[in-house]
Write a protein that binds this ligand. Structure first.
Ligand code: NAD
Ligand code: DAU
Length: 374
């Protein structure tokens, strides 16, 4: 076992920090620890957005544009900034994209994770000072466990892996590599497997932000198959809290499931968002001026945009997370009810047009069109 690293002494490399959860984590960590080194490494793929970090860059956070597969760059960053903690978010994260084009998923999620592990091993275990206190925390997903039937118990840390999509398989492979580096070389690692997140800075290809923005633009709300697939939704800040607790107190070599005990069928979530936006338009007349194409501006309920489309191939029916281990061992409890989290999220998208408007460019429009066509 490597000597435990106190949280206040952690000097962080956050990979994928310009993505949805990574950016939220940087904001969360900075509030919790106003001092200390925080370096973000992000390749700024279509999903990376530097604007999500704009209020942190400079004093509070150093941004480096680069690929996690560039091992010499990672080694240089670890050395130059004397980093002793990696919080690894960087990934290709969208299941639909992994079905259309799996290669990028294998490259980033598997080889990229290995590149980081190799650099960490060289720097923290085999460097000139010998073994130095360190932590490699790997962010993973509940999708590695496969799918559940309606009556099955929720995923636990000892549920066997059964990934069903190329995305889930690539994440499962990366989890195994992290485990192997701890077991074989003694790298101090922890892994967390979280359920579906929602909240600010979420790229609008994923269900919740896609539905919000499509309602505002009067576009169809695509429901895959019968819309009865179930996901366990967690407000992103609550995920960040779980990661912080693991960094502070998590035991080397352990996996922790993080979730919200909050299962919803997709169709019910979409209907809820429709209701919240109908209410928002009814309460604020300026919204109809800003979004003249929105269904409520045209005198129609947002639900009238719901459109059933072809199902996702191999679509997992149900996910549910048993988060009792992190609750029991690290004192984790989500701080946001779903009602509160989803209202905050809808409000955030209504108030932060400047963040999402540039994303609705040509590339995104083509992607959305392809979805409707298939
Ligand atoms: P995201 O797609 O929003 O962000 C991924 C970030 O990684 C982007 O900023 C992107 O530019 C960056 N990136 C991609 N390839 C890179 C590379 N080769 N080198 C450096 N940076 C690269 O993803 P997210 O939703 O924020 O997910 C973050 C992590 O959390 C992922 O590992 C994902 O598997 C995991 N996760 C996500 C959810 C969820 O609901 N979104 C739930 C559980 C786990
Ligand atoms: O469970 C954790 C996972 O959650 C993460 O590991 C992934 O990175 C993250 O993208 C998310 O995966 P999902 O596939 O569950 O998320 P997505 O938002 O793509 O879809 C949520 C559900 O909604 C899923 O059952 C598919 C469905 N869906 C999605 C879209 C985009 C639709 O019905 N219509 C849509 O247009």
């Amino acid at each position: 076992m490597v000597e435990k690293l106190a949280a206040a002494k952690m000097r962080l490399l956050v990979t994928g920090g310009a993505g949805f959860i990574g950016a939220n984590f940087c904001h969360y960590w900075r509030c919790r620890y106003p001092q200390g080194t925080l370096v973000v490494l992000d390749a700024l793929t279509y999903a990376g957005n530097r604007a999500s970090l704009s209020s942190l860059e400079g004093q509070a956070c150093t941004f480096v544009a680069g690929d996690i597969n560039d091992t010499p760059l990672v080694e240089k960053l670890l050395q130059e900034h004397e980093l002793n903690t990696i919080v690894h978010f960087a990934a290709e994260s969208h299941v639909d994209r992994s079905i259309h084009d799996p290669d990028a998923f294998l490259n980033t999620n598997i080889l990229g994770t290995h590149s980081l592990l190799r650099a960490a091993r060289k720097q923290w275990l085999d460097g000139p000072q010998g073994v130095i206190p360190h932590r490699f925390h790997h962010i993973s997903t509940d999708e590695v466990y496969g799918t559940l039937g309606p009556q099955d118990p929720a995923f636990r840390e000892d549920t066997p892996y059964a990934p069903n999509s190329p995305y889930a398989a690539s994440k499962a492979a990366s989890d195994h590599l992290v485990r192997a580096y701890q077991h074989t070389y003694g790298l101090c690692t922890t892994t967390s497997n979280c359920s579906n997140n929602y909240g600010p800075y979420h790229f609008p290809e994923k269900l919740i932000p896609l539905v919000i923005l499509n309602i505002l633009h009067g576009r169809p709300l695509p429901i895959y198959g019968d819309g009865q697939q179930i996901r366990d939704w967690l407000f992103v800040e609550d995920h960040c809290q779980g990661i912080a607790l693991i960094l502070e107190q998590g035991v080397e070599g352990e996996n922790y499931n993080i979730g919200g005990h909050n299962e919803w069928a997709n169709l019910d979530i979409v209907r809820l968002i429709c209701r919240l936006l109908d209410e928002a338009f009814a309460a604020d007349a300026t919204l109809a001026e800003r979004y003249p194409h929105a269904a409520p501006s045209q005198g129609k309920p947002a639900e009238s945009l719901i459109s059933y489309v072809k199902d996702r191939p191999g679509h997992d029916r149900r996910y549910a997370i048993d988060a009792s281990k992190i609750g029991r061992e690290l004192g984790y409890t989500p701080q946001h009810s779903f009602e509160e989290g989803i209202r905050k999220t809808v409000d955030w998208y209504l108030q932060n047009t400047g963040w999402w408007q540039p994303l609705l460019g040509e590339q995104y429009a083509q992607w959305v069109q392809k979805q409707y066509a298939s």
